[in-house]
Design a protein around this ligand. Structure first.
Ligand SMILES: [Zn+2]
Length: 450
């Protein structure tokens, strides 16, 4: 069930924010090595026996995605509901402080690691509050579920058929199961039990994103607007453009609140006005830096790959790249602004740039010598080039054993060096596919000695 559910979700990284400081990121042990299964990562839920009280009256159940509960004298408000696989455990933990169904569920955006528990929490009178784009965003995800299921299966190491509607989508398709949604455009104020919940549309990772500010507690709930890593301004799974300047603007709006506590939906809260301000400013400045450098490079006539290699954050703005990566964001910004065409007439047609590889491999004497060259590149530490050359050899001869071995070794080498969850997931997918082919050919996995 966990594997099934996890496949269907759009997930974000559980940030490793310690209270008041940022911990250095290391890839979790279950993702170390080249054979570990990335899907294990999605199943991590703390064995939490009691809710964490962040500040008086605000409680957290911790998971890959957190569930947050604000208790008032007139009932509770739940903010984000984690993944379906975590929802019941979170409800059980938080029921210790608030056994009744919440008056309101606020969803910070329509990703499945935030909406997964909505139906677990719904009571007969519960209202679900979301930003106006929520429904359209969920329809977009459902429209492309065949595509996203395949991509999520690859990225998270899962084996599932594409095209299966999520349980939520199935429920949504039945009119009697429609969520009791309250939608708003820019702002929405709610009062309950002496507390004010000020919701603001804050696009960033998605265009339906919102934040919740409780002035009486000086607490802000930021969903996925920030986590410890540089943000996923582009995600490999596939996404509509995520606009860097939306992030900048949204972060500035949160900065203006001058919160004492910032509560993200992944990872731990940040406590203390100075810590909150410093974290927000660093993210804002880092994103703006990458955006501006990309735009400047585009105007200078530089191609996207050059900018992916060239643009780095200055040391004072460095953020871990454990979930998003600067290079992917550069490309996301570049192509977000101008789309896919690179100006080369050869690339206008439905013929991929590598279509000529088989002829080139033949001219080089066949797949064997090309695999030998790829192996040489591997020994020189040029893993990506080795991978590309192995792919060229395999285009000409899909069963070439030397090229398959080089491909496997290159992927393993890249995986061993990766400190990024999503990159590791895709390398894992490549390793699995290569191993499968090798097993079909009854090859052993010994590295090429050519
Ligand atoms: Zn998330």
């Amino acid at each position: 069930m966990v594997r099934y559910v996890a496949l269907l979700l759009f997930l974000t990284f559980p940030a490793l924010l310690a209270i008041g400081q940022v911990q250095e990121y290391t890839l979790p042990p279950q993702l170390g090595g080249d054979t570990a299964d990335p899907s294990l990562f999605l199943q991590q839920d703390s064995a939490q026996s009691a809710p964490q009280e962040i500040v008086p009256g605000i409680f957290k159940a911790t998971g890959f995605g957190n569930t947050l509960l604000v208790k008032t004298e007139a009932g509770s408000v739940v903010i984000d509901t984690s993944m379906p696989s975590s929802a019941q455990a979170h409800r059980d933990v938080l029921s210790q402080v608030s056994p009744d169904a919440p008056k309101y569920i606020i969803v910070t955006h329509g990703h499945g690691d935030h909406t997964g528990g909505i139906r677990t929490w719904l009571g007969p009178d519960t209202k679900v509050i979301a930003q106006r784009n929520f429904e359209e965003f969920r329809a977009y995800q459902d429209m492309l579920r065949g595509f996203f299921n395949r991509r999520n299966a690859a990225q998270f190491g899962l084996d599932l058929p594409a095209g299966t509607p999520t349980p939520e989508a199935q429920a949504d398709a039945r009119p009697e199961k429609k969520l009791p949604l309250v939608l708003f455009d820019k702002d929405y104020d709610l009062t309950l039990g002496g507390l004010t919940f000020k919701l603001q549309h804050m696009p960033g990772e998605t265009y339906d994103a919102l934040t919740v500010w409780i002035p009486e507690k000086k607490a802000v709930f930021t969903g996925d607007l920030l986590y410890t890593s540089f943000p996923n301004i582009y995600t490999l799974r596939g996404t509509r453009p995520r606009w860097a300047l939306d992030y900048v603007q949204s972060l500035e709006k949160v900065m203006a609140l001058k919160a004492d506590v910032l509560i993200p939906s992944h990872g731990d809260p940040i406590i203390g006005a100075d810590n909150v301000a410093a974290m927000l400013k660093k993210h804002r400045d880092a994103i703006r830096y990458v955006h501006d450098a990309t735009v400047a490079g585009m105007n200078e006539g530089k191609d996207v790959f050059t900018l992916m290699r060239e643009i780095e954050l200055p040391p004072e703005l460095a953020l871990p790249e454990s979930y998003g990566k600067v290079a992917w964001s550069v490309r996301g910004i570049y192509e977000g602004y101008v789309g896919w065409f690179d100006g080369n007439p050869a690339h206008m047609y439905g013929v991929p740039p590598n279509a000529g590889y088989p002829e080139l491999v033949e001219l080089a004497g066949g797949a064997d010598p090309v695999a030998v060259s790829a192996q040489r590149l591997l020994l020189q530490g040029k893993d990506v080039k080795a991978l590309q050359l192995a792919d060229a050899a395999l285009m000409a001869d899909p069963d070439n054993e030397g090229a398959l071995r080089v491909r496997l070794t290159a992927l393993q080498s890249l995986r061993a060096k990766s400190q990024n969850f999503n990159e590791a997931g895709w390398l894992h997918a490549g390793i699995r596919a290569t191993r499968k082919r090798m097993q079909e050919l009854e090859m052993d996995e010994a590295p090429s000695t050519q």
